[in-house]
Ligand binder design. Structure first.
Ligand code: PLP
Length: 355
């Protein structure tokens, strides 16, 4: 199905004020946003407008009961400067999985992808040209119905914002294995990219940072033993030549980078096993010299190398001798920017005139 997206443009773009060599993180937004309202059981009035604050009723249900979900993805430029999206249908599917868990309506996948393409076409001058930079895209949905009482809302907004992001200089990070607080439990909302999951992670992350760590390594809710994931990244270990990543057991976010890295490692003839993995197993592997590498995967950073993991009074050290993950990261970036053939058919070109 094709949607009619009304476009009203700003008089003058702010892009000329942006220093692409020095982009402030997360505070710069492009001129426009895509926006769409859900009422009477369907999505109506898809449009692109100048990005401005939106009036909010104090009883808006998202503010009280937390029906709010989001996605995160990036637009890159091909060698000929055509904007490209990385696996956008996967983000559309995942938004709808999150919506299911939170009792929210689906956004039709084609509306999601068309809205993205239309916005990216209009904002393509905001895609930073520098290697490693990209235009971060933030699709999200929230309940904007004014109502006090517990039930699914009947009014929602679906919005896509865009924010240019500078290159991420990946230093090796330090994780804190968290044994007191949890992120996700069986039957909970860990698989959903739901706002509340991140609210619950803020305090434990601040405590970990105060101890000198970059991120929390989340362990399972019941035994504080099985590794789940990191902040907004999934996690991979390489032990004795084999890659291992926690299985998707309902409490781990289905990362699109995770799925892509599994596919790439497979194509490089590595064995990748998805299974339960305990923090003690990682500690043992570190002690006996078989822990060859560890890294996190996510849209924001690509691949983030792990240097050490703090576990109560101890420190688990990770070797930095065989960084296969760095090779995977380079290949992934080269695919995203059209420098390598798109052998997995992941890229969607945004073939539109500059609106
Ligand atoms: C978004 C996210 C990820 C990574 O997902 P990608 O699709 O690879 O960006 C991993 N874990 C959590 C908790 C996340 O929110």
């Amino acid at each position: 199905m094709s949607y009619t997206i009304q476009i009203s443009k700003v008089k003058e773009s702010k892009v000329k004020d942006l220093d692409f060599n020095n982009i402030p993180l997360g505070t710069t937004f492009t001129d426009h946003m895509f926006i769409c309202d859900y009422e009477n059981g369907k999505w109506t009035n898809p449009r692109i407008e100048p990005l401005t604050p939106i009036p909010t009723h104090p009883a808006s249900m998202a503010l009280h009961y937390g029906q709010a979900i989001f996605e995160g993805m990036k637009a890159y430029k091909d060698m000929d400067s055509t904007p490209m999206l990385f696996r956008p249908e996967e983000n559309a599917k995942r938004l709808n999985k999150s919506a299911d868990r939170m009792g929210m309506p689906h956004v039709p996948e084609d509306l999601f992808v068309e809205g993205l393409k239309e916005l990216v076409a209009l904002e393509q001058n905001w895609i930073p040209p520098q290697q490693g930079s990209a235009l971060y895209l933030r699709p999200f949905m929230y309940a904007d119905e004014p109502f006090i009482g517990m039930r699914a809302a009947t009014h929602y907004k679906f919005i896509i914002m865009a924010s240019p992001a500078g290159p991420f200089f990946s230093k090796r990070i330090k994780l804190w294995a968290e044994k007191q607080f949890i992120r996700a439990a069986e039957g909970g909302t860990g698989e959903a990219k739901a706002a509340g999951n991140y609210a619950a992670a803020i305090r434990p992350t601040e405590l970990a940072k105060a101890k000198g760590y970059d991120q929390v390594l989340w362990l399972d809710a019941a035994e504080h033993k099985y590794i789940q994931e990191v902040g907004t990244m999934n996690i991979f270990f390489k032990i004795n030549g084999e890659f291992i990543t926690p299985e998707l057991d309902g409490s781990v976010l289905h990362g699109i980078t995770r799925a892509s890295v599994i596919q790439m490692l497979g194509a490089m003839n590595y064995i990748v096993t998805e299974r339960k993995i305990t923090i003690d197993e990682i500690k043992e592997a570190s002690e006996n010299g078989t822990l060859e590498e560890a890294f996190g995967t996510g849209t924001a950073v690509g691949i983030a190398y792990i240097k050490e993991i703090g576990l109560e009074e101890e420190t688990i050290h990770v070797s930095d001798e065989s960084p296969v993950g760095l090779e995977v990261n380079d290949t992934l970036n080269a695919i995203k920017t059209g420098q390598l053939e798109d052998q997995f058919n992941w890229m969607t070109r945004v073939e539109r005139e500059l609106a």
